[in-house]
Structures are given as structure tokens and as C-alpha cells.
Design a protein around this ligand. Structure first.
Ligand code: ADP
Length: 355
């Protein structure tokens, strides 16, 4: 039986072997770290790797699949020499926040558009990037049917709706087209959506992440300099288990978690006014306390929120004075405060643990 140390040596040797066709491994391999199943390989900032990272990642996945300790592999480049210190920042954007959920259907996209509207009403210049490649819903939620135009230098121009700058893969394809992605396509599409979209003077970009903690989420969390992540969950235990996984993923890649939102919290009967706890209540707040992250607020389960999403006009825009719109506005205020407080920390380069 191999002990832990032997396994580490074996793993490092294996990684070196897989990388050896690329040249003298000692000259470009900067670090290997394995933390809770996530293997991170850091290569030095050599431009020849820029276009082949996906391929290297795939090769490693294929060759290391017999290592039971490894659940996922990320290959990244270090930041020095040829790469500017802020290479992970997206031009034209001050702060980027990922809106994530452990599983689908908890209202992440609905929360994203309403928060964007509330942030815009609070005076921020806001963008939304719909990175949910498997189920892009931004076109429907914002009632956008047109295609983005292209700038003189061939960049895609986000579509403005209700004063919010929007981009979604859904703008480029027919709504009923099935989206089937292979690993490398995901990576290159994401990179394109990050680099080839012309964001201009955006204060806060909300990224509507795909649900879960797979490849797309990891790639985004690692390649983009995010100011923070927000986790959306319903109050039920079953949703909270997944939310916890999402939170752990962001922690692992050093993205600060700005907090948890409880969506579909209390339901107030429109006829008798009585509150009902359809999906339970208070679970996200308790979870936030347990995990020591801020609790950002509750959004009720409400007909007008659902109708706003289906009708392409977020409730914060359609009915800004209602209690449900107020719940989003209160959360938006907390986000702005959190970003102001983090300002200093945002400027620090991302940390990658290298062994
Ligand atoms: P996700 O992005 O997590 O998959 P969606 O935002 O698409 O979830 O929401 C799933 C469904 O739930 C949609 O029909 C949406 O209109 C509805 N929904 C989301 N949040 C609420 C809410 N607070 N009250 C009522 N309906 C909601």
C-alpha cells in the first residue's frame, strides 16, 4: 500500500510524464497542488501554452483518471513576466460578481436580473453575462430578441435593456437549439465571451453561472478576477447541501463569498394574506451563520416575480415599489457596501497555492 507521501511523489512523476512532450518540464512547470480533490497545475507564463491549455488539461484528465484522490484538474499559467498583473481582469469592468447556485431551478437567473435592476436603480452601471451555457435564460428574462452587433474591431457589443448591458450565448443561437458542449468547446466559448465582448465602463458585472460545481464554474472562477460570489438557495435542506458545495468551490479558488440569498422564502397568500413556508424558511440564514459568511437577505416566493421573469420585465423594473422589489433592493445595497469594503482586497493578485 502507498502512503500519502508516496502517492504525492507518484502523482508528481505522472504529471511530469504527461507534460514531457511539451519540452523540458523543469523549465515550465511551476507548481502542482492537490487540495480536496482539485489538482491545480501551474505552468509559467510562456505564450506557447496560451492556446493549448485546454488540450493539456484534457491530456492530464485522461492520464490521471486512475488517481482516486483527484476529482478535477485545472491547468493555469502563472502571472509574471509576459503577463500583466491584472491579466484576469476584464477590460471595461470594475467589479465582477458570480451569482451561483448548487443546483438548478432555485431562482439564480431570476435573482441575477432583479439584482442587476436594483443595482442600476442605486446608480451603478451594470452588466450581466449569462454564462449558463446549458440553459441561457437571459434573453427570456430580459425580453431580448435582437442579436448583438459587432464593433469595428470585431468585438460583440452587449445589448442594452432597461439600462443594463447584457450578453448571453442565447443571443447567438435559436432558443430551441439544443446546446451540446464538449469540454474544450466550453473553455473556448467562455474565453470568447470574456475577451471578445465589448464591455464599456461597467461598475458591476453579474455573471449568471451555470448551476453546480463543474468545469465551467471552475474555469470562470479561476480565469476571471472576481470580486466575489453570491450563492442563491431555497431554504430547503436539499438545496442547501448543494449550496454548500458551491461555496466550498469558491473558497478553494480564493474567490471571496459575499454571502447567501434565500430565494422562494415565505409565501404570502394573495387572498388571505397569511404567510406559508412552502419550501421551509430560515435555512439559508442558519447555513450562512454556520459557514460564517454574510446572509444577504430573503426574497419571497411570489407570483409577480415569476410573472416578471416569464414576461421579460424583472419585477424590480415592472413594480419597483412592491415588497418583493424592496427585498432585491435591500440586497443590492448590501452588495454595494461589501464591494466598497473590499476595494483594497480587489487590487491584490489572486493567490494560487503552489507546492
Ligand atoms: P435557475 O436560474 O436557478 O435555474 P430560474 O431563475 O430560472 O432558476 O427560476 C426557476 C423558476 O422559478 C422560474 O420559473 C422563475 O420565474 C421562478 N422563480 C424564481 N424565483 C422566484 C420567486 N422568488 N418567486 C416566484 N417564482 C420564482
Amino acid at each position: 500500500m502507498f502512503n500519502k507521501k508516496d502517492r504525492q511523489i507518484l502523482l508528481k512523476e505522472h504529471v511530469r510524464k504527461v507534460l514531457s512532450p511539451l519540452g523540458d518540464v523543469e523549465t515550465f512547470l511551476e507548481g502542482i497542488s492537490l487540495h480536496e480533490g482539485l489538482l491545480t497545475i501551474v505552468l509559467n507564463a510562456d505564450s506557447r501554452f496560451e492556446t493549448s491549455l485546454d488540450k493539456i488539461q484534457e491530456d492530464l484528465r485522461e492520464n490521471l483518471k486512475d488517481f482516486p484522490d483527484i476529482k478535477n484538474i485545472i491547468v493555469t499559467m502563472s502571472q509574471h513576466k509576459t503577463m500583466p498583473a491584472d491579466s484576469l481582469a476584464i477590460e471595461g469592468i470594475k467589479s465582477i460578481i458570480a451569482i451561483a447556485s448548487g443546483k438548478g431551478g432555485v431562482g439564480k437567473s431570476t435573482t441575477t436580473v432583479n439584482l442587476a435592476a436594483a443595482l442600476a436603480q442605486a446608480g451603478q452601471r451594470v452588466g450581466i453575462l449569462d454564462a449558463d451555457l446549458y440553459g441561457p435564460s437571459l434573453p427570456m428574462l430580459m425580453g431580448i430578441t435582437e442579436k448583438p452587433s459587432v464593433s469595428a474591431d470585431k468585438k460583440l457589443i452587449p445589448i442594452q435593456k432597461f439600462g443594463i448591458h447584457c450578453f448571453s450565448i442565447g443571443f447567438m443561437i435559436a432558443p430551441e437549439a439544443p446546446l451540446i458542449w464538449r469540454g474544450p468547446m466550453i473553455q473556448s466559448t467562455l474565453r470568447q465571451m470574456l475577451k471578445d465582448v465589448l464591455w464599456q465602463d461597467i461598475d458591476i458585472l453579474l455573471i449568471d453561472m451555470p448551476p453546480g460545481t463543474g468545469d465551467v464554474q471552475l474555469t470562470l472562477a479561476q480565469q476571471v478576477r472576481m470580486s466575489g460570489a453570491i450563492i442563491v438557495s431555497t431554504p430547503q435542506d436539499i438545496a442547501l447541501i448543494d449550496a454548500r458545495k458551491g461555496l466550498e468551490m469558491f473558497r478553494k479558488v480564493n474567490v471571496p463569498v459575499l454571502g447567501i440569498i434565500e430565494n422562494m422564502s415565505i409565501f404570502h397568500c394573495p387572498h388571505c394574506g397569511q404567510p406559508s413556508e412552502i419550501f421551509s424558511h430560515g435555512g439559508a440564514k442558519r447555513e450562512a451563520e454556520r459557514l460564517q459568511v454574510p446572509f444577504l437577505g430573503e426574497v419571497p416566493l411570489d407570483l409577480s416575480i415569476r410573472a416578471g421573469s416569464d414576461g421579460g420585465i424583472p419585477v424590480v423594473i415592472a413594480n419597483p415599489q412592491t415588497p418583493e422589489a424592496e427585498s432585491y433592493k435591500a440586497i443590492a445595497k448590501k452588495i454595494i457596501t461589501a464591494l466598497e469594503q473590499k476595494e483594497g482586497a480587489l487590487k491584490a493578485p489572486p493567490i494560487i497555492s503552489v507546492v
